[in-house]
Structure formats: structure tokens, C-alpha cells
Write a protein that binds this ligand. Structure first.
Ligand code: CU
Length: 118
């Protein structure tokens, strides 16, 4: 009984670590005109995106994860909430932004990313 409880606790800890604490160490900064962000395995790839200030930017979200978690992406600073269709590239047009950091994420913040506007 003890052992089973312990295994359960370890699993819960792993799940929390994966979804909320784990930050991939891969270089994830991208600055480009045409940015595609792949939504898969609990991460946006890339998840740190450099974009120029005072310019409209289009991000293309390509969702590969079938879980409902991956189906919506939010940009809270701009009141943007977009549905992503599985295996389709969805363009999201962002307004011209002033320099700063703007997060984006799924409704439960399991998927998280950040826009670095400079
Ligand atoms: Cu989620």
C-alpha cells in the first residue's frame, strides 16, 4: 500500500515538473519575418521569439498535439484567443508592439512561450 502511494506521488511530481516547471534548454530564440511555431509534446517550438518593435507580426502556429490543451493559444496582452486546428498552420496577426516581453500560452498555461519585442 505504501509503495503504491509513493509511486502515485512520484508520478504526480513528474507530471507537475513536466507541465509547469520544465523549461527546455534548447536555444529557442527566433527572429524572422515568417515564424512557424510548432505546438507539440507540451512545448511551443520555438517558445522564445524575438520580433521587431512597432511592426505588425504574423506568427504561424502549427498544432501537432491532439490533446485539447493544445487547441487554444492566448495572448493576454492583446486580448487574442485563437483556436488551433490539428495539423494546420494558423496565422495569428499581432498588432505593432512596443518593446517588452509578452507571454502567450494555452488556457491552463501548460504550453507557454514569450515574445521578446525589441
Ligand atoms: Cu493547457
Amino acid at each position: 500500500m505504501m509503495i503504491i502511494n509513493l509511486i502515485g506521488l512520484v508520478l504526480i511530481a513528474l507530471i507537475i515538473w513536466w507541465f509547469w516547471l520544465y523549461k527546455p534548454s534548447i536555444p529557442l530564440e527566433l527572429s524572422n519575418e515568417d515564424i512557424t511555431i510548432v505546438v507539440n509534446n507540451g512545448v511551443y517550438q520555438p517558445s522564445r521569439i524575438k520580433v521587431p518593435a512597432d511592426k505588425k507580426v504574423t506568427l504561424h502556429f502549427l498544432r501537432k498535439d491532439a490533446s485539447p490543451c493544445a487547441s487554444t493559444v492566448l495572448f493576454p496582452d492583446f486580448d487574442i484567443s485563437e483556436e488551433l486546428t490539428l495539423a494546420e498552420s494558423k496565422p495569428i496577426i499581432l498588432p505593432a508592439m512596443s518593446a517588452g516581453e509578452y507571454p502567450f500560452h494555452c488556457p491552463m498555461k501548460m504550453y507557454t512561450g514569450i515574445l521578446l519585442v525589441e
